[in-house]
Design a protein around this ligand. Structure first.
Ligand SMILES: C[S@@+](CC[C@H](N)C(=O)[O-])C[C@H]1O[C@@H](n2cnc3c(N)ncnc32)[C@H](O)[C@@H]1O
Length: 238
């Protein structure tokens, strides 16, 4: 365990990562941050894992012990830890940082952990096999590209839930708009239905010089369609 850290230490670390714009650089940054991550996000008052777990807990009415959860960009395991408290018990994790995966493995919460840099490699899971897919803290500029949300949807079982979060602060405004555009487009295409979107004002403490206090964020919950809409005219009813 490292020495006690301050908000100034955390700010310096996070601002250093903003120089990394490629996914490979970003996961390399998480390798170096892994040992201090849990302590530092505590200092940031990072509430996203709890907000996402609560959102899922309100909408999921199946057997939580039996439900298979895919925790994408699982980091050190904070999301699985929150979901475990709410009765979920079967987790598979994916992350691009080997340092973060090692800490996730130490929690003993995951049945399986897979290394994958999303956007560069395909999500290494079978389509249609998860009751819940969750991604927290990783859909943002320089991390996981927006296009990956289609892979998240595909990983869910028909009727399964996909819970996603993003930040609403200054440097992520364009990414958030592209993400919402893609989520809506996928609903129009009949891939999933929106269950709820929650905009949160006090998401986490601001670290950039342009912002004070807390930055905003959002939680999105979608449910994969039971049947995909056919685009072929030959399958239309006669
Ligand atoms: C802010 S942390 C969030 C971790 C965890 N979900 C949580 O809420 O504590 C972001 C995580 O996303 C991972 N990540 C970022 N970009 C990635 C990418 N392109 N592919 C895979 N993992 C990525 C990082 O390695 C890191 O573990």
């Amino acid at each position: 365990m490292s020495v006690t850290r301050t908000f100034a230490d955390v700010k310096k670390v996070i601002l250093s990562a903003h120089r990394n714009t490629e996914a490979d650089d970003k996961v390399g940054f998480y390798d170096t941050w892994a040992d201090n991550y849990d302590q530092d996000v505590g200092i940031l008052d990072y509430r996203a894992p709890n907000l996402a777990a609560n959102c899922l807990s309100c909408s999921f009415h199946g057997d939580r012990e039996e439900a298979v959860v895919l925790d994408v960009a699982c980091g050190t395991g904070l999301v699985a830890a929150q979901m475990k408290k709410m009765g979920f018990g079967d987790f598979v994790g994916v992350d691009g940082s080997k340092g973060m995966l090692e800490l996730a493995s130490n929690t003993g919460l995951y049945q399986d952990l897979k290394h994958c840099v999303l956007g560069v490699e395909s999500l290494p899971v079978q389509s249609g096999s998860f009751d819940v897919v969750v991604i927290v803290g990783a859909l943002s500029v320089g991390q996981v590209p927006v296009a990956v949300v289609r892979e998240l949807c595909q990983a869910a079982k028909p009727g399964g839930y996909v819970c996603m979060t993003t930040r609403g602060n200054h440097d992520n405004v364009d990414y958030k708009a592209s993400l919402e555009h893609e989520l809506n487009l996928m609903e129009v295409e009949g891939l999933w239905c929106r269950v709820m979107v929650t905009e949160v004002e006090n998401w986490e403490r601001a670290v950039s010089d342009q912002e004070d206090g807390y930055i905003p964020g959002a939680v999105y919950l979608y449910q994969r369609s039971l049947r995909q809409r056919s685009t072929s005219s030959s399958s239309s009813p006669k």
